[in-house]
Design a protein around this ligand. Structure first.
Ligand SMILES: [Zn+2]
Length: 690
């Protein structure tokens, strides 16, 4: 299986050496090759070329892996030292660049600190990596100050880092009822055990009553906003230097389906009382005008349902409960039943119903298991998979791999979302839709709604430009800090703020780790604390950057292992050298090269094995094989020489690139254990959500 996604813009272009991009061997000058360690190489230029090529490959891999690097120590003497001067420090440990993900902002005042949001980054595209979280090296130095985590809403890019970070820096988590429900859920589903004695502490706040809670020297209030998940809020933090507001993700829908409008009155009130700094999300600042109301798409579903000849499937984001409510309404309108699939969606729905966010008439839902026995015209299926995710419910139904439902001719599929920008999901969706159309399924996508003669099928959960301007005008802040977005987008937000009358000197567009120091009269960016990304795999375990670099190397160039069994006494090979390759070249098509390599290996053993130390021998062998393969294929795979030295009594000593020894049984047991851990973790992820 190919590990790499060739569409990934982050990958370096394939090297284009003299042989072009051909994977096969290039024609060879079959000169008489010299053996290992021979001081007269057959062509000095070629050896140099091989070394340079290898270096280049390694640097490429390093560069890819380094896109997500852990924190490196920052020059001491700046914000990194204990600092108890009376000013507020605002530091984005995440969310200040890279498209707005792993959102996490630290607010620190003398002996107290709170963390606003604590998300993960599901957009990390590295082999075997599930997501990234913010590096918390800086928190180690202020551990004793941390009083609370305060969360704006329950999307994973705002809560996904909590199960990793809170156990290390324990403090209660504050949020709206729905948000806390989501937080408890991700802790329950977390794959790894929590440390001994850890206890999850949560504080539920009412976002409608303007209740204020004291947290250290701060006071916290949550204010209701409209977004694409229930219970979304703005955080109002009153600090000793003044009031700051973190908007979280929002839009100002005047007519949301659940009537949970953004509490504009309260925002204006807060503005009139005085706001020192506004930290406003920046996701879609580049979008002109206003985001249309969710209610503008309701009729589209009713229209499609009245025309669909058979079953209807709607794919959407698992946490978008307003949208689910809309589909339920349309289904009820047409006397249809609703079945639901996708683990994360079902659990979010249960929570939304429990917390009174949804109105579902009795008897509307039917279990997905009974879908097959229902009359086609009676059934609406709501499921995940609108981004073409390979293992989603919708994809499995489309592929005929779903236990209960298989798509067929005259089914209708509605994709009620748009591809997440810069995610590469366009291609996944395209492939899925191709498959559906081939089956004779009617597919409705938002982007083609005019072509299909239906109304819009999706609206974004984020504000557009005019609404971002409104937020500034409601809250009338003295200082403006754009957050949760790419640097260039945040800069647009700064310009927008200036248009609204904020002096340029009162704005700050910062990177992760940069310290914004605020007093009642001043805001300056001064110094930096360590920041970075920690990578997490499917099991929830942290993965070292070094491991990721190896994976990238393997995925780009493949692996060649040679296994030599040598008689200790005579120094002769006891068997023909074994050559194993994976992801390099197809050995059967390249027997000549492999035979040539065997000849080289025999020569190497004869000439060098008895003359040098084993480690030196192996290192020479590695260089020699690398050179040989580069010369014949223009490729630099990872080379692993394995030397079995059989002693007098016939015992075998295996040495793999160093001195540690593992039996194959041990390796197999280890792998099996790891695989079971992966299987055990079955949390279906909600992607970054529009
Ligand atoms: Zn969100």
């Amino acid at each position: 299986m190919e590990l790499i996604n060739n569409n990934n813009p982050n990958r370096p272009p394939k090297r284009d050496n003299n042989s072009g991009n051909s994977r096969g061997p290039r024609p060879q000058n079959n000169n008489n090759n010299t053996g290992i360690g021979n001081d007269a190489p057959r062509s000095g230029a070629s050896r140099g070329q091989a070394v340079r090529a290898l270096k280049r490959t390694q640097m490429d891999a390093q560069r890819i892996a380094n896109q997500y690097q852990a924190a490196v120590a920052v020059k001491p003497g700046r914000a990194n030292v204990i600092d108890d001067t009376p000013r507020l420090k605002v530091i984005g440990l995440g969310g200040m660049d890279g498209g707005g993900s792993k959102n996490m902002i630290l607010v620190e005042y003398m002996d107290d600190a709170v963390i606003l949001d604590c998300g993960n980054d599901l957009g990390v595209d590295l082999p075997g990596i599930n997501y990234g979280i913010a590096d918390t090296a800086y928190l180690e130095t202020i551990k004793h100050k941390i009083r609370a985590y305060i969360i704006t809403h329950g999307h994973l890019d705002h809560i996904g880092g909590l199960p990793h970070i809170v156990p290390k820096f324990p403090a209660p988590i504050y949020g709206s009822k729905f948000t806390i429900g989501r937080v408890e859920e991700i802790f329950e589903n977390f794959g790894l055990p929590m440390p001994e004695g850890f206890e999850l502490r949560t504080v539920t706040m009412n976002e409608n009553t303007h209740e204020r809670l004291k947290v250290g020297v701060f006071f916290v209030e949550l204010v209701r906003v409209t977004h694409s998940i229930p219970g979304s809020t703005v955080i109002v933090l009153d600090t000793p230097v003044g009031r700051i507001i973190n908007t979280g993700d929002f839009r100002l829908d005047p007519n949301p389906l659940d009537h949970e409008r953004t509490d504009i009155e309260r925002l204006k009130e807060l503005g009139n009382e005085g706001v020192l700094a506004l930290l406003s999300e920046s996701t879609t600042v580049e979008r002109m005008g206003r985001t249309p109301s969710e209610s503008t798409i309701e009729q589209s579903f009713i229209d499609i349902m009245s025309q669909a000849p058979g079953r209807i499937f709607v794919g959407l984001f698992s946490t978008n409960m307003n949208r689910v409510q809309m589909i339920i309404n349309a289904a009820v309108h047409h006397n249809k039943k609703v079945a639901m699939d996708g683990r994360s969606m079902v659990s979010t729905l249960e929570m939304a119903v429990r917390h009174g966010f949804m109105r579902v008439p009795k008897g509307t839902f039917v279990p997905i298991a009974s879908a097959a026995t229902m009359k086609d015209t009676d059934l609406v299926v709501v499921c995940t998979g609108s981004q073409g995710e390979p293992s989603s419910a919708l994809q499995r139904m489309a592929n005929g791999e779903h236990r209960h439902v298989k798509m067929k001719e005259q089914d209708t599929v509605i994709l009620s979302s748009t591809p997440i920008p810069e995610s590469g999901n366009d291609a996944l969706i395209g492939t899925m839709v191709d498959g559906l159309v081939k089956k004779g399924v009617h597919v409705f996508e938002h982007r083609n709604h005019e072509l299909d003669g239906v109304g819009p099928l999706h609206v974004s959960g984020h504000a557009s430009r005019d609404e971002y301007a409104d937020m500034i005008n409601f809250t009338k802040p003295k200082f403006f800090i754009p957050i949760y977005g790419a640097y260039r987008v945040k800069q647009r937000h700064v310009e927008l703020a200036i248009e609204q009358g904020i002096p340029r000197a009162n704005t700050a567009n910062v990177n992760n780790g940069e310290v914004i120091a605020i007093t009642p009269n001043s805001m300056v960016v001064e110094g930096e604390v360590p920041s970075g990304t920690i990578l997490v795999d499917q099991t929830g375990a942290l993965v070292s950057n070094v491991v990721v670099k190896d994976r990238v190397l393997l995925s780009e160039e493949g692996l060649v292992a040679v296994i030599l069994t040598i008689d200790k006494k005579s120094g002769n090979l006891l068997t023909s050298p074994d050559i194993i390759s994976r992801g390099f070249i197809y050995m059967r098509d390249n027997e000549e090269i492999m035979n040539g390599l065997r000849v080289e290996l025999r020569r190497a053993v004869q000439q060098r094995f008895k003359r040098v130390e084993l480690d030196r021998f192996k290192s020479e062998l590695k260089d020699h094989i690398t050179h040989f393969l580069f010369e014949h294929t223009q490729r630099s795979p990872t080379v692993i020489p394995v030397v079995n030295v059989v002693g007098a009594k016939g015992e075998v000593k295996t040495v793999v690139n160093g001195s540690h020894t593992k039996t194959s049984d041990e390796i197999a047991t280890e792998q099996q254990k790891r695989f079971q851990q992966m299987r055990a973790r079955l949390l279906s992820q909600d992607p970054r959500v529009d």
